[in-house]
Design a protein. Structure first.
Length: 342
């Protein structure tokens, strides 16, 4: 698989390291940690599809800058309640054999009990109401639970069918819109929820079409920049109560048939990843050991934290440090084809 990005940078706006925002890396990683404070279209190519991806966020950590519209994409968010929006533009290389899911996946099992369990159940109920029913949620399996039987452990996951998207545009190859300019195009959930869900459930994913999807319906309750779940208790809840630690993985995957008919879990052995983005807030970066797990090709000396960022993590500062070492290398790098076929 390979991936690169094209920056659209406006000099009026602050850049990484000067304010909060989102950082992330695609899995498998090419060694780049990028930030979402820029309008950047990412190009991803793997054995299943060619894809463009764009993430837009509001500066929820800086209400004054948000109100003044001093951030990339401010015109799009003006007058809207959404806190972020994600977009995918997909050209399939082969027709998916089974259903596709998209949603949130955690890297490891997170024990949840007592008050945290109530928070989790309330949050999932809130998100179900926003995105619609037929959502698969699992807390996953602990290693202790799976080990005695020798069974595979499931990762925690909140997975939605494709009709949970908010916008879809179906185009002839070569006629697809600019992913940065999709206002009013295609079919939107707001055109009628039942109509939209029926259309999406009957959508035929073909290799001679390009599909543009956008998603934002749960964003009012998921403040990713402040790493907070909203709408459950006053003031919100630290997202780590639910996810354990950053990053979380935004994923699109095909779920293969299980060998045993009674198996309903979304096991890793059944997933074929079309998209896997490990993401975190620059205000709540992963520990360096977790960065090293995601970016094994980055040397220890490259994990340098920029000034005025969290000294316990790497936030987004690796982007400048590591990319300097990569200036003379091609932006696109090849990885083994099996990298996405987990």
């Amino acid at each position: 698989a390979r991936h690169d990005g094209v920056d659209e940078v406006d000099a009026r706006f602050p850049v990484l390291g000067q304010q909060g925002g989102l950082s992330g890396t695609f899995i498998p990683s090419n060694g780049e940690i990028f930030d979402c404070n820029r309008l950047r279209v990412h190009h991803i190519d793997n054995e299943y599809c060619s894809m463009k991806f764009l993430a837009l966020t509001r500066p929820t950590d800086d209400p004054a800058r948000d109100a003044a519209g001093l951030y990339p994409g401010a015109e799009h968010f003006n007058g809207r309640k959404r806190l972020w929006e994600t977009r995918w533009q997909i050209h399939f290389k082969a027709t998916p054999r089974n259903r596709l899911f998209f949603g949130i996946e955690l890297a490891e099992y997170v024990p949840v009990a007592g008050w945290a369990r109530w928070i989790q159940q309330s949050t999932v109920a809130l998100l179900r109401k926003a995105a619609g029913g037929n959502i698969y949620h699992s807390c996953g399996d602990s290693a202790e639970t799976a080990a005695p039987s020798g069974s595979e452990a499931e990762k925690p996951v909140f997975a939605m069918p494709l009709w949970a998207f908010d916008q879809v545009i179906e185009s002839e190859v070569g006629q697809e819109p600019d992913i940065q300019c999709i206002e009013g195009l295609g079919l939107l959930r707001t055109d009628g929820r039942k109509k939209f869900m029926t259309h999406m459930s009957q959508l035929e994913l073909r290799t001679d079409r390009v599909y543009t999807f956008a998603f934002w319906c749960i964003s009012r309750w998921v403040d990713v920049v402040n790493w907070t779940m909203l709408g459950v208790v006053p003031g919100g809840v630290d997202f780590n109560v639910l996810c354990g630690r950053p990053p979380v993985h935004i994923v699109i995957y095909q779920l293969d048939d299980a060998r045993e008919t009674q198996e309903k879990r979304h096991l890793q052995s059944r997933k074929r990843y079309y998209f896997n983005w490990a993401v975190w807030s620059t205000k709540m970066p992963p520990a360096q050991q977790h960065i090293r797990e995601m970016l094994p090709q980055v040397l220890e000396t490259d994990l340098v934290v920029a000034e005025d960022t969290d000294p316990d993590g790497v936030a987004g500062a690796v982007e400048g440090t590591y990319q300097n070492r990569q200036e003379n290398q091609p932006k696109q790098q090849n990885f083994p084809e099996h990298a996405y076929a987990i």
